[in-house]
Structure formats: structure tokens, C-alpha cells
Write a protein that binds this ligand. Structure first.
Ligand code: ADP
Length: 545
């Protein structure tokens, strides 16, 4: 028997329409490229998103066509999120830190019709345009006054496009399963893979963004998204702020510690989300100024593991509550969020800290299981580890036009293989042991490179660390610790680090060698690129071996 409820489609346009109606004065504050701080309201954002939808229609864009963006976190990018998807086209956000060949690949693979870009990226697109035969035109996200001289043919000015429209526009209604946005994973191996979100998956994911563990935006929050809008829809925060009316603060192109501090301070940001590297920068700035940005209460971190030493610094010294989250492009991205359960209040501080360093806890809508190498399901006892498989209404079901990659990552019975090796416990807390390809296999046992890195980063003279398995004639692989020394500190010796780690990890995990570098290579999403590091160290062998 069918239920007798209305079957109204879940559309992205309904989020901003709601925001504009019931949170019309909620602010979107951006550090603009043209000058200092830009601020306007949700109602204005909705109006301009509608003007954009009209402009796209005038340019001949029709439902399902892909529109690319290469832009910082700012209000015009916000309008593209809603204007493009809202009119039925697909918003393809591109990470400018991808290699040039990868940018060419994703634009051609997606068959983007128009490319919208911040002025910063005009030279990039000028260099690549000759390889982009299918792009009909380029839109520079600025006003007439700041329009740069450009070699790009068919270059249009964003503000002029909008100025020609009146914003008198009704968001169209269509099937909620329609594609809304497209995001490519950074492709550490092979070409980037496209994840094509739908309106339905996005709206359902937004509910979780706003509810999971109190870390998301609510009506009273002032939320800073350091998560780039070119990376997995900024973890869904722009949609979440439209849904709840939270004030949204966007950093534009400025990601230095002092710029982040000032923006948070001035806008009285209480919640902020970003990757660990940024929290390291901000912490250094807080130490310099001897205080935290005024009103800063909640930090959400994900993308890579967040060491216990960092959690301790934020929580114990500055009273900032840390939520460790885990996700993937293929999961829209939220998969877990760390929040302690009431029953954990009675635990000691150390015990609670240990739980907080896990990658967080199950959220409704992301079903999980772990499987061993033979595919058998393993117990969720916090000890057994295996590859994590997930499924749910905002998990990808395949990659966009990529049957080979799809065959590798999706099982025949409908699960997505994450490639993460994890433990799960009875409360749904998940601990990432390693990426499948990074785990170190020593004498038939596994060493978690992530655990070793986290422990090493607690050393006061180490700023950033990566551990990789290097071939060893006797043990198969042994851990090599590669580290960047903390500013103003003398680089530590191997013996000093081993002594520091002695009570933190098993003896046979201790690294066989330490290498100090000026910097570590990073991927387009700010993670240490072990692929590049391995390439850099391909001629390395352990001393005396
Ligand atoms: P990419 O960086 O390739 O674009 P994603 O952003 O989708 O891809 O990265 C997803 C991967 O990042 C996960 O599979 C996991 O290995 C890693 N990751 C995400 N969050 C965390 C976290 N909190 N701790 C450790 N690793 C994480």
C-alpha cells in the first residue's frame, strides 16, 4: 500500500528559496578579490542566483549541460552553486590545484559548455584554452571595472551578464534524481574520476550536514568554510547555511594564518571547518597572538588525520571543541562525524581524547561494513580491521562515464569500496588504520602509517610528518619517517624521535630511518602526496642494508 503523502521533489533551489524567505537577512560574507570584505543577504543571493539562471538561459544553456567553475570561496561562487543547479544544469567545480593536464582532462571529459573563473585563474585558462575545443565561452567572475585584458576568446563579464537580467524567475521543478553537480576526485593515481551528485542526494546530505553531532551550521551559527568550494561542495556547507540561515563566511583567496585569524575575529565566527594543515597555520597564529579569534568555539576537521597533539592544543589551551570527521568525494562527502556520547562523560580526559582522535562516528544514511582480504565481513569490535565498504542515498553508485574505474571501486551487490582500512566499534566510532595502498607490510604484519605520523607530529620539533614503507630485504617493508622540522627548532635525530615514540607505538613499529626535508609534497586537496614522495625517494635504501 502506498503512503498518501505529497511527492514533492527535493531540489537544491528549494534550499535557497527557503533561506531567502525565512532567513532573508542572514549574511554571506566573503573576502572579495577586488577589495576588502563583501557582505550581502540570503535574499540578495537568491535574487542574483536567479539572475544568473536567466543569464545562462540566454546563453543557450539547457538542462543537464555542464558549467564549470574555477574559483575561490566567495559569493559569486555561491550563486553558481544555486543558479546553475537550480535551473537544471550541472555545476562542475574544478580544483585549480590539479595538474594542468588533469584540468584539461576534466573539462573535456565533462564536456563543459562554459567555464566560470575568478580573475586569478584567467592566465591558467588562457594557457589551456587551445586544448578545450568544446568550451563555448568563458565567464570572468568580476565586474566591468575589474575585467582584465585577456587572450580568451568569447570572454564575458559576470556582472554584465547579471545586470542584463531582472531576477524575475521561477525556479523550475523537475525530477529530484536529476544531476545537480559534478566533482572529480584528485586522482592520485590515473585520471580524476567524476562523481555526479543529484538534487535528491544533495538535499538529503544537507540534512546530515546540519544535524550530525552539533558540528554543522544552525540558525544561530556564524560558520567559516575554509573547505574550498572547489572540493566536494565545501562539505555541503553552502547548502547547509541556506537550509538553516546560518551566517556563512568565505575566505576568498586568503589562506594564511593571519588572514584566517582576522576574518574569524572580525566576523565573530563560532564554527569553522577545514583540513588539518589550515588548523596548524591558525594555531601558530593563535600562539603568536596569545589568544583565539573572539567567539571561536567549534572546529571541524577532516580530509586527513588530525593528531592528538593538535586536538589537545585547541581544546585544552583555547577551549575550542574539536570534531573529527571523515568523508570522501564519493560520499558527498560526510561519512562520519566525531561527537562524544553522553555515556562517555564519565571517562577520563585521556580516554575521551583517544575517542576524539578517531575519525568520528556513524551518521544516519551511510551504512558501513568492513571486509577482510577474502571479502568476508569482519566484526565491529574496535580491533578487527579491513577495507571499509559503504552504501547510502548520498554515496555514488558509479563514476561518471568511467566504466573501468567503476568496475574497480563498486561491488556487484551495490557497495562502494572506499580503499580505507579501518576498525569500527560497537558505537560506530571508526578509526582509519591506513589507506589500502599506504599500509606498511613488515614481516607479514601491518604497520599503520597514519598512527605513526600522528604520534611523530606530537614531537615538538616536528611540524609535519609522513611515514612510508620502504623495501627491506629481510622484513619486506620497513617504515621511513620523513619530516619537516618545526619553525625555529633544530631538526630532531632518529634516536630522539624513537625515544619520543617508544611509549606511543609498538617497538617493532619504530621507524628505521628519519629524513628531514624542507617541505613535503601535497596533493591538490592539501594531503601529503605519498605518491610523489615515493617518486622523490625512489633511489632511497635504508642505511647499511
Ligand atoms: P581526494 O583527496 O582524492 O579528492 P577525498 O577528498 O575524497 O579525495 O579524500 C578521501 C580520503 O581522504 C578518504 O578515503 C581518507 O583516506 C582520507 N580522509 C578523509 N578524512 C580523513 C580523516 N579525518 N582522517 C584520515 N583520513 C581521512
Amino acid at each position: 500500500m502506498d503512503g498518501l503523502m505529497m511527492d514533492q521533489p527535493l531540489l537544491i533551489s528549494s534550499l535557497i528559496e527557503f533561506g531567502a524567505r525565512y532567513h532573508s537577512k542572514s549574511e554571506i560574507v566573503s573576502r572579495a578579490l577586488e577589495g576588502p570584505i563583501h557582505r550581502y543577504t540570503m535574499a540578495e543571493a537568491n535574487h542574483r542566483s536567479k539572475q544568473l539562471a536567466q543569464a545562462l538561459t540566454r546563453l543557450g544553456v539547457t538542462e543537464g549541460e555542464r558549467i564549470a567553475t574555477i574559483a575561490w570561496n566567495g559569493y559569486r561562487h555561491f550563486e553558481l552553486y544555486f543558479g546553475v543547479s537550480g535551473m537544471g544544469a550541472v555545476c562542475h567545480t574544478i580544483n585549480p590545484r590539479l595538474f594542468h593536464e588533469q584540468i584539461v582532462y576534466v573539462i573535456n571529459h565533462a564536456e563543459d559548455k562554459y567555464v566560470f573563473m575568478d580573475r586569478t585563474f584567467v592566465p591558467l585558462l588562457e594557457a589551456l584554452a587551445g586544448h578545450l575545443p568544446k568550451v563555448a565561452g568563458y565567464v570572468i567572475m568580476t565586474d566591468k571595472e575589474h575585467m582584465p585584458e585577456t587572450k580568451l576568446e568569447n570572454a564575458l563579464c559576470y556582472e554584465e551578464l547579471l545586470a542584463a537580467e531582472d531576477g524575475d524567475y521561477q525556479w523550475p521543478e523537475f525530477d529530484e534524481r536529476t544531476a545537480s553537480s559534478l566533482c572529480y576526485t584528485s586522482g592520485t593515481t590515473g585520471n580524476p574520476k567524476g562523481v555526479l551528485y543529484s538534487h535528491r542526494s544533495t538535499v538529503l546530505h544537507t540534512f546530515t550536514v546540519c544535524t550530525a553531532g552539533g558540528a554543522g551550521p544552525n540558525t544561530r551559527s556564524r560558520y567559516l568554510s575554509l573547505v574550498p568550494m572547489f572540493h566536494v561542495n565545501a562539505w555541503g556547507l553552502p547548502y547547509g547555511c541556506a537550509m538553516t540561515g546560518a551566517k556563512l563566511v568565505l575566505p576568498g583567496p586568503r589562506y594564511e594564518g593571519d588572514a584566517i585569524f582576522d576574518l574569524m575575529d572580525e566576523e565573530k565566527v563560532d564554527k569553522a571547518a577545514g583540513v588539518p594543515t589550515l588548523w596548524m597555520l591558525l594555531l601558530a597564529e593563535m600562539e603568536k597572538r596569545g589568544r583565539k579569534p573572539e567567539g571561536f568555539k567549534t572546529l571541524v576537521v577532516g580530509g586527513s588525520a588530525f593528531p592528538a597533539s593538535m586536538i589537545a592544543a585547541y581544546e585544552d589551551k583555547y577551549g575550542v571543541d574539536v570534531h573529527h570527521a571523515w568523508g570522501m568525494t564519493e560520499l558527498s562527502p560526510i561519512g562520519t562525524v566525531g561527537t562524544l556520547l553522553p555515556s562517555m562523560d564519565a571517562l577520563s580526559k585521556e580516554e575521551r581524547r583517544a575517542i576524539k582522535t578517531t575519525q568520528g562516528r556513524a551518521v544516519y544514511g551511510v551504512e558501513k561494513k568492513i571486509v577482510g582480504e577474502n571479502g568476508a565481513q569482519l566484526p565491529e569490535d574496535g580491533k578487527a580491521f579491513g577495507e571499509l565498504l559503504v552504501r547510502g542515498p548520498w554515496t555514488a553508485s558509479s563514476y561518471y562515464n568511467d566504466p573501468d574505474a567503476t568496475a574497480q571501486s563498486f561491488t556487484e551487490d551495490g557497495w562502494f569500496r572506499t580503499g580505507d582500512i579501518v576498525t569500527l566499534d560497537e558505537n560506530g566510532f571508526m578509526n582509519i588504520v591506513d589507506r589500502n595502498k599506504d599500509v606498511i607490510k613488515s614481516a607479514g604484519e601491518w604497520i599503520s602509517s597514519i598512527d605513526l605520523e600522528n604520534a611523530a607530529m606530537g614531537h615538538p620539533a616536528i611540524q609535519e610528518a609522513a611515514v612510508i614503507g620502504m623495501p627491506h630485504p629481510k622484513w619486506d617493508e620497513r617504515p621511513l619517517l620523513v619530516a619537516v622540522a618545526a619553525e625555529g627548532e633544530a631538526p630532531p635525530t632518529l634516536d630522539e624521535v624513537k625515544e619520543f615514540l617508544a611509549d606511543k607505538v609498538a617497538k617493532w613499529w619504530l621507524p628505521d630511518d628519519l629524513m628531514i626535508l624542507d617541505e613535503l609534497p601535497h596533493t591538490a586537496t592539501g594531503k601529503v602526496s605519498k605518491l610523489n614522495l615515493r617518486e622523490q625517494l625512489k633511489d632511497y635504501s635504508f642505511p647499511g642494508v
